[in-house]
Design a protein around this ligand. Sequence first.
Ligand code: NAD
Length: 472
Amino acid sequence: MATITKQYIDGEFVESHGRELMDIIKPTNRQVIGRVTLGDEEDTRRAIAAAKRAFTTFGQTTKEERASYLGGLYKAVSLRIDDLTAAMVEEYGGVVRFARLIVESGANAFPAAEKGLEELPMTRRWGKTTVTLAPVGVAGLITAWNANALFICLKLASAIGAGCTVVIKPSELSSLQTEVMLECVEAAKLPKGVCNVVIGRGGVVGAELVRNPDVAKISFTGSVAVGQSIMRDGAATMKRVTLELGGKSPTILLDDAVLDKAIPAALILAFMNSGQACAAGTRLLVPKSRVAEVKRGIAEAMTTFSVGDPADPRTAVGPMVSQNQYERVQSYIRKGIEEGAEVLVGGEGHPPGLEAGYFVKPTVFANVKNDMTIAQEELFGPVLCVIAYDSEDEAIRIANDSKYGLHGAVLGADLQRARRVASQIRAGRVVINGMTDDPQAPWGGFKYSGVGREYGRYGIEAFLETRAILES
Ligand code: NAD
């Protein structure tokens, strides 16, 4: 049983001042597998003070020095891919084949930031004017549980690239991953106080970061409601904010799509990370003329879709992270049925034999109208809505008829046409013909999906201020 009692402040593991204990519960069987001591406001203030002291020198480092720290972090995280993956599988039931991709993507954030830094001119001069980019100061990095290690890597890489010092508040549901990440930070030998971590509750540690005048910036990944509170409460101390929030992403299947490829691609988009993914393509838009064959194709493909032990590489969908999350998904499935959607696959309750954990049935609703609750709200579980459309214009209209705008996908044989459709989706990222990634490409949302961008050069820019010096 894991016992975590320390915070990481000023380059040392120190006993937590906060005394609240929280159980770590394994989602596959609801057993207590560890206990963590949660930090409090005092731990947070100590961490902020350490970051503030460290900023006086770290904020002056050269690009080359910061690139070498990024290289050290990459090396340290790359050596711990297996451990980070195992922690994700254990503590939140991430399916192993996806968890590994997530962790690798986290490691790759460091070289991506190094490249971004290389490309970013920190000084520009013309005539008697010099424009420099300066690190914003101490940054609070607040992460969600569903890919905690990746979010820590992404935000830390950008902050270090910019010359900011940080206090990380990881999700309280991710302590095992955070412990491994901390060992990576230790191994990378960052100067004392540059990276501090306080594990604790959002309303305690997170709220202190948001209100503390010595924190200049908050980079947050999580729900819209908390993102809104950060924007509102952070205004008192004029916080700069990056907010990576929720989504209800559309996948537009065009009428020329080859279904043998398009259906598996649509299902990966919908069910990645057991549907607990901000980018999940949970609305599949299908031309009316092809609805019947798409429904048949999905029903058949789902028969080989295995739910169960997330450590088994054949598993496609694991458990939900917690009892709350399990109930939330159940209540939306009920709502979908009440609103008249057709249950094509799955439905309410546990899959047979998996009653011990927070497992839900991967569910596909057909005959969904875009104004139904299940098509409008982010339910954060393995539930896909199939929505019919008449024309390409209508597909684009439905895709954009959402308060969210994080991600989208287009599936079709004619690449020119797919690109044209993609360019009309109001979302921060759109993939064509399947899920893919590029660590240099920006990530972030339109509308309620957030403010600002992460990854590579875009991520670093979010931690910088612009200063002009004019000589007379
Ligand atoms: P959440 O908003 O409940 O929590 C996120 C983090 O904020 C946690 O660390 C939590 O402790 C902290 N927090 C809670 N209250 C706070 C407060 N008052 N002040 C400061 N911090 C506070 O979200 P979650 O349940 O952990 O994650 C799921 C959500 O995250 C979903 O909506 C999902 O779409 C979103 N998400 C977005 C992205 C993205 O990149 N856009 C990625 C992953 C998850």
